[in-house]
Design a protein around this ligand. Structure first.
Ligand SMILES: [Zn+2]
Length: 408
């Protein structure tokens, strides 16, 4: 009798009772029956109503006990609800047409935040589509119950999957460091889909959006969220700058290939790193190279000078500084640096918006790394929908369904 009462109390049922538990180590079947004379809650409105008739027997996969698979079996009732008319009763252990009990959904989904689906499936003796279904249920619940009021600062970024063949646009809530949305592609259409799903009401509340100087995104943001301030991400900006510096180095190394092939060999990171991060050896080499009037040294000085722009307090001073820097860069006779300077010029206002709302995608970088790890361990689930689901599950800080007894 002990096992029956354990099942009943962990399920927290009041209108149902456990009739019997049968089976063996290969699997246990728990038969449930309704308490006679109890009115049952209606699945439409939750109000209690009289039983009208019974449906055919159904079974639900439940949390395994000591590694033994558990199945619940019950014939659901239909109730005659004064509001919704004939409706199926609302079952306390499962929702809708799902074939997993709510506790099993919670248990599988909880573990799927930490482990790959294959491992979770093995641990609980279920198939991986079952784990996938549990995750989908948990995410559907989480999306319906998450609070989005605080999502005022938003960061848009992209990540690649399938070894860089497919891009995903990720939309982050920068204040709470959580993922809000993920969709395949990195074009206009992708970001438009986000705004369509996010809806006008919530979009109006967005104060600022941080992203790379990527024209498709910029156009959509200006059109769909005209009230939000666009702030170009300073980390992306620095990345563009470093690419330009590296370009100068490569060109110069090519020119020097005949005369002095060793001169710039192995110096890539000497030019790209921040000076205070150099090793003593690198610092000494930089000191020697600096005396040689190299192109890469001019690019290096430009790079170092550019970083100063963030130290200004007033946007006006920063603007003046940027303009000086622009003149210097455009007269440097270094094409990559000139191109970068023109990129700045085109987006100057949005870059300087950082001084009004100092947001950046710095924290996004860590989240993107996390996303890559999740993507890696979710190999085999390559559809867009699945990828977005698992991303939201692991990084969306979504609330989980709750249950009377904590199975996990
Ligand atoms: Zn009802």
């Amino acid at each position: 009798m002990l096992i029956e009462s354990l099942v009943r109390s962990t399920l927290g049922v009041k209108d149902h009772r456990v009739v019997k538990v049968e089976g063996d180590l290969g699997g246990l079947v728990v038969k449930l029956e309704r308490q006679r004379r109890h009115k049952l809650p209606c699945s439409g409105c939750g109000g209690r109503a009289k039983v009208y008739d019974r449906l055919a027997e159904r079974s639900w996969r439940h949390v395994p006990l000591w590694g033994i698979p558990m199945t619940l079996v019950y014939r659901p009732c239909r109730v005659r609800c004064p509001v919704c008319r004939i409706k199926v009763e609302k079952l306390p252990w499962a929702e809708g047409k799902g074939r997993l009990t709510t506790p099993l959904v919670i248990v599988l989904a909880t573990w799927a935040r930490l482990l790959s689906l294959d491992v979770v499936a093995k641990l609980f003796g279920v198939s991986w589509p079952t784990v996938g279904a549990a995750v989908q249920r948990a995410v559907a619940y989480g999306l319906a119950h998450r609070g989005t009021e605080g999502a005022l600062y938003i960061g848009v970024d992209e990540i690649s999957r399938k070894k860089g063949h497919v891009y995903h646009t990720q939309v982050y809530d920068l204040s709470r460091k959580r993922l809000l949305w993920s969709g395949e592609g990195r074009g206009q259409e992708t970001l438009e889909r986000f705004f369509a799903e996010w809806g006008e009401e919530r979009t109006k509340k967005i104060t600022a959006i941080c992203c790379d100087m990527w024209d498709p995104y910029v156009e959509v943001i200006r059109e769909k969220a005209p009230g939000a301030m666009l702030v170009f991400d300073k980390f992306h900006l620095v990345r563009h700058l470093l690419e330009a510096v590296n370009e100068v180095r490569k060109e110069e190394a090519r020119e020097l290939k005949q005369k002095e092939p060793q001169l710039l060999k192995g110096t890539k990171y000497i030019w790209l790193k921040n000076p205070w991060n150099l090793t003593p050896k690198q610092r000494a080499r930089l000191g020697r190279l600096e005396r040689l009037n190299l192109k890469i040294n001019r690019a290096y000085l430009l790079k170092e000078a550019f970083q100063e722009v963030w130290s200004f307090v007033y946007p006006l001073c920063a603007r003046r500084y940027l303009q000086k820097w622009f003149w210097w860069a455009t007269h440097s006779r270094l094409k990559p640096m000139r191109d970068f300077a023109w990129l700045l010029r085109r987006h100057e206002d949005d870059i300087l918006n950082w001084f009004k709302v100092p947001i950046s995608n710095g924290s996004v970088e860590a989240m993107n790394n996390n996303a890559k790890a999740i993507s890696h361990r979710s190999r085999g689930f390559r559809s867009e929908k699945w990828f977005s689901t698992i991303m939201l599950h692991c990084m969306g800080q979504l609330p989980m369904p709750e249950f009377v007894h904590k199975f996990a």
